[in-house]
Design a protein around this ligand. Structure first.
Ligand code: UDP
Length: 239
């Protein structure tokens, strides 16, 4: 119960994180590793909720570009996030952590329906809450879900764990060896410089609700805990 910098955080994992080297689908060994990292961070005493993306299974926009109706494709994407949420819930519980999965699209045999006050109560009781189903609306992303839920449950920060990227750069570091990494930014910078950190809806929501974002590399072991302890890793976006 030491070194905790925040009281309550939202951890955003991309769907890709669940796939491991396979790049698509869910790799149970990878999910177990993520669960162990989350457990280690949880043991600092911080209240954690998790939003998982669905890009390892399905992306609505990509399917719509191939001719599918966007709304239907997006609902499929939201269902994909529920599969990831269940996989993570299972892995966390097998590490001995109490969790609740909540979905914004009602499917009561599978998870609790998302009710804000109930989610807050779970957090207060020390359960890790996993939010599946995105916002429940097509045309949105799980980044926007993270911003929305962070505002709703009054989280101190969003910890955005990325695969293989250790912060926000002025250009793609994989393509440009001279790309410059930022330590600190504002959400206005993110939108105006079109920095591809998150979509502009999510960035605006964070800006308007004074939510802090820390973007860091998930592939380095122990980073979730480091971010929670307020250690200088990745890029911080604030204001
Ligand atoms: N999605 C949606 N509304 C939401 C959240 C997600 O329609 O509120 C759909 C959308 O089709 C998206 C897919 O779910 O492509 C998976 O989410 P996302 O792309 O954000 O996952 P990530 O890139 O983080 O893996």
């Amino acid at each position: 119960m030491s070194n905790k910098h925040y009281k309550r955080i939202v951890l955003k994992l991309s769907g890709e994180a669940m796939a491991g080297d396979d790049k698509i689908g869910i790799n149970p060994i990878t999910v177990k590793k993520i669960a162990e990292e989350i457990k280690e961070a949880y043991e600092t005493g911080v209240q954690i909720s998790v939003i998982v993306g669905g890009g390892n299974i399905w992306r609505g926009k990509a399917a719509s570009e191939l001719g599918m109706e966007r709304a239907s494709a997006d609902y499929m994407g939201m269902l994909a996030t529920v599969m990831n949420a269940l996989a993570l819930q299972n892995a966390l519980e097998s590490c001995g952590v109490q969790t609740r999965a909540m979905t914004s699209i009602s499917m009561q045999a599978v998870a609790e329906p998302y009710i804000r006050r109930r989610a807050v109560r779970h957090l207060e009781k020390g359960r890790i809450v996993i939010f599946g189903g995105g916002t429940g609306n097509p045309y949105f992303s799980t980044d926007t879900t993270a911003a929305l839920r962070a505002a709703e449950v009054n989280a101190d920060a969003i910890l955005m764990a990325k695969n293989g990227v250790d912060g926000i750069y002025d250009s793609d570091p994989n393509l440009n060896p001279n790309a410059k990494k930022f330590d600190k930014l504002t959400f206005l910078d993110v939108v105006q410089k079109d920095l591809k950190v998150m979509d502009s809806t999510a960035a605006t929501l964070c800006m308007e609700n004074d939510i802090e974002l820390i973007l860091f590399n998930m592939n380095q072991e122990g980073n979730i805990k480091r971010a929670i302890e307020g250690q200088k890793i990745g890029t911080t976006v604030k204001g």
